[in-house]
Each structure stands twice: as C-alpha cells, then as structure tokens.
Design a protein around this ligand. Structure first.
Ligand SMILES: [Zn+2]
Length: 229
C-alpha cells in the first residue's frame, strides 16, 4: 500500500461498507465480495493490475486456500447478474387461466404451467391450465396464436427491465459492470434499464493469460474460470 488515503476516500469507504451491510439483497458471499470490492475500488487496496483485482484474489481473501473458492465467488456474482426473472414478476401459485362463463378465470390447480410474453411490455405473464380437456384445448389455441404473434412482431416486442440482481453495482461504482457481467456470462445482455454502465476496465483470464478488454490504464477486475480442481 503506497497510496495516500484521503479523508474523503475513507469516508466513502465507510459509507459504502455500511450501505453494503444494510442492503437486504446483499448477504453471504456477495456481502464479502462487496466489502472486498469497496476496499479495492475506494482505497485502492490492493491496487489494480496483474490480476490483483480478480475473482481469484477475492476467493483467496474470502476462502483462503479452499479449492472451490473461485468457483463459489463466480457463482455468487452470477446470481447478482441484473436480469428479468418471470417468477419474481409473478409470485404465488399458478392457476388455470382458461375463461369461464360466470368468472374471469377457471382458477383450478394446474397441469400445464408456464408463462407467455406480453407483446406490449415484453414481460412474462402466467399461462397455465388445469386438466380439463376444453381448457387444454384453449391453451393449445392460445399458444399457437401467441407464437404466431411473437414471430410477426419480432424485435418490436420490448425487452423487460431487470427485476432482480445488480445489487453490488448499486454500491460499487468504480467498476465497468456491464463488461464484467458479460465476462461472467457471455449470453448476458443489458436489460432495458441500466444499459448504460461504462468504463473502468476489466480483463478476462483464461488459462492464466491476461486478455485486456478495454483501456489497460483503468482498474481491472478479472474472472478466473475453473476452481474445482
Ligand atoms: Zn381450468
């Protein structure tokens, strides 16, 4: 540690740690990762560069020499990927959604359960039916219509905003989260909101080789694959 710690940095560090601990979405491993990142990004300890900001370094701090440490750190971070979760959007038991003569819906317990996309919002809505033959027929017809409609609309169906994850990025600001999320999961796409995270730098480490992703002068957080062996 060579960097002078200013009063404002110490104050920011203190506030960030307190906010991480107070956030109900940040518990367990994610909290430990957050505290590590607060120290690294605010106090520059450790200083970035040469893999010092990496999932491996965090694992060493959190788990010591435990073999699976890097894997567990990565999993905790992956669970915090900002994303849309249809189950979060539709809590509660699924009910038969087939229309009934004297009630809006059948509401019996279901044999086919799932969701379908609301073409106006992109959000998922319950799409389930009971075992009644006519209701299963209704489900098949609806399913066919839905598929045809979505195929016709294509990209015009909006992407739903994230409704889960992204807890750490609320508090740790000096990391290029969007790029880091992409390293954690190549299929990850920025949700409709919060798609604007930019800068600092991240590198990905595969087979112990550094592969700079962005401006190498900026702080670096690296992802280590493997970890069980
Ligand atoms: Zn029914």
């Amino acid at each position: 540690m060579t960097t002078e710690r200013s009063f404002s940095d110490l104050r920011l560090y203190d506030k960030t740690c307190a906010a991480l601990i107070a956030d109900p979405d940040i518990t367990g491993d994610l909290l430990l990762i957050g505290l590590w990142l607060a120290r690294a990004t605010v106090l520059n300890d450790p200083e970035p560069g040469e893999g010092r900001w990496s999932t491996k370094a965090i694992a060493a701090a959190v788990y010591g020499r435990r073999q699976s440490g890097t894997f567990l750190i990565r999993e905790a971070l992956r669970k915090d990927l900002p994303r849309y979760d249809p189950f979060n959007d539709n809590p509660g038991e699924a009910q038969c959604g087939a229309p009934m003569p004297r009630a809006p819906f059948c509401r019996r317990s279901v044999t086919i359960s799932g969701f379908r996309t609301d073409p106006d919002t992109g959000r998922m809505v319950p799409f389930a039916v009971c075992g009644r033959k006519d209701h299963q027929q209704w489900w098949r017809e609806q399913d066919r219509e839905q598929r045809a409609l979505l195929a016709e609309l294509g990209d015009r169906v909006p992407k739903p905003p994230a409704n889960t994850g992204g807890a750490l990025q609320r508090h740790i600001r000096r990391i290029g989260w969007a790029k880091f999320y992409k390293l954690l999961d190549t299929r990850w796409e920025p949700p409709a909101e919060g798609a604007s995270t930019r800068k600092p730098t991240l590198t990905v480490v595969t087979n112990d080789e550094f592969e700079p992703v962005e401006d190498a002068a900026r702080p670096v957080l690296t992802v280590h694959e493997g970890g069980w062996r």
